[in-house]
Design a protein around this ligand. Sequence first.
Ligand code: ADP
Ligand code: MG
Length: 238
Amino acid sequence: MGRITLDKVTKSFGEVQVIPPLDLTIEDGEFVVFVGPSGCGKSTLLRLIAGLEDVTSGEIRIDGRNATETPPARRGLAMVFQSYALYPHMSVRKNIAFPLRMAGLEKAEQDRRVVEAAKVLNLTDYLDRRPGQLSGGQRQRVAIGRAIVREPAAFLFDEPLSNLDAALRVGMRLEISELHERLKTTMIYVTHDQVEAMTMADKIVVLRAGNIEQVGSPLDLYHTPRNLFVAGFIGSPK
Ligand code: ADP
Ligand code: MG
């Protein structure tokens, strides 16, 4: 399960409305990319879904239930932070198990899930290392592992690759796409990089100043961009 619906959601910081009324449905199992220039509201939108920010008005529903009043830890979603959010003094095993320890899951179940996630992410041989003894890509995988063990209804990624070098970024992009193929869990992925959007998404949401300019598959947006902004951003010939 991982169907997420936004119904007339708005967000203001003080007097400034950064998200005007916005409707959006994300289907269970979809890989959805929010794309748009810096400052257009991508992170804010993701944080509203995660519950890290409160909506100013409107409703967010997760699998049919109104989640607007639900605290982040109980929404069943996992936010993947950039790899530098790891705890340097903890082993990979402890880093991955961290959310489960916080949730008070029993030790045997923690271990089972960590071993499972490590297998999926090819980290089995690295569980006893510290983050400082890993490559950038491995560290990013640990950050993803920490989300996987929670067995979330959806994964939320906020520009997870932006602090990796270009070659590594391409590899990680593929790994995240493969992870989606394997888990079939809803993923919402924020980026300002149109190549990432075009190569990873089932559905792209193009944002400008908090407004949705267009929603569609990569092919839809490429072949029938609704306006010049979308065409320019996606790089289509219109
Ligand atoms: P993006 O992730 O697309 O770069 P953000 O969602 O971070 O954009 O920001 C959207 C707009 O909201 C920007 O104008 C930003 O300055 C503003 N904003 C974001 N967070 C806050 C905040 N906590 N307080 C005030 N303004 C904010
Ligand atoms: Mg952002």
